[in-house]
Design a binder for this molecule. Sequence first.
Ligand code: HEC
Length: 179
Amino acid sequence: MIKKTFRLFFIVLLVFGAVQYVFSFSTGIAGFSGMNGGNSCNNCHHSGVTPEVSISGSQVVLPGDTQIYTLIISGGQETAGGLNVAVTDGSLLSLSGETQLINGEIAHTTPKSANQDGDVVFSYAWTAPVITGTVTMYGAGNSVNGNGSNSGDAAGLTALSIVVMELNERLYLPLIQRD
Ligand code: HEC
């Protein structure tokens, strides 16, 4: 009897641990940047005010070049936020403890507090592929209320097109655009 109770206790502990692990999203999540069929944080987060989300950074880069990009979450709950950024090519890099790489994607580590303007700002870097072409950087910014649950939050999506081209190609850019 004691043995059975102990075993049950152990199983409950194990299941609880697994559930905790699976649902520990406040520490960063990948696969919800909007790149995969529009799946976003809003698959789970709900009933908040939708923020404006944008990514700023170079939109014309050299092959193999590394540039810093910034994702800004403005409006929404103006309390805290998290992010997920994914790219169709090249590689993303984390620049501080505020972000981490999960499956090659940028995610937050803990919810980041909004600044005095109510914005949540994350910076990270991206290295362009060595082959020329166009890359899309997808970003989701989740504006959360800090209640430790998925309610009272809402995410916005954005996508930035980046052209990877050689310098000599850029010389002809105005000529091409003229006609
Ligand atoms: C599969 C469901 C699910 C998805 C998708 C999801 N989350 Fe969450 N998230 C949760 C749950 C459940 C919680 C509350 C429990 C916890 O903190 O782990 C949470 C909590 C959070 C919190 C803390 C919220 C607060 O108000 O304190 C942040 C920040 C967060 N998630 C960011 C994100 C971001 C950014 C995305 C999208 C890139 C995302 N989540 C996608 C389920 C999800």
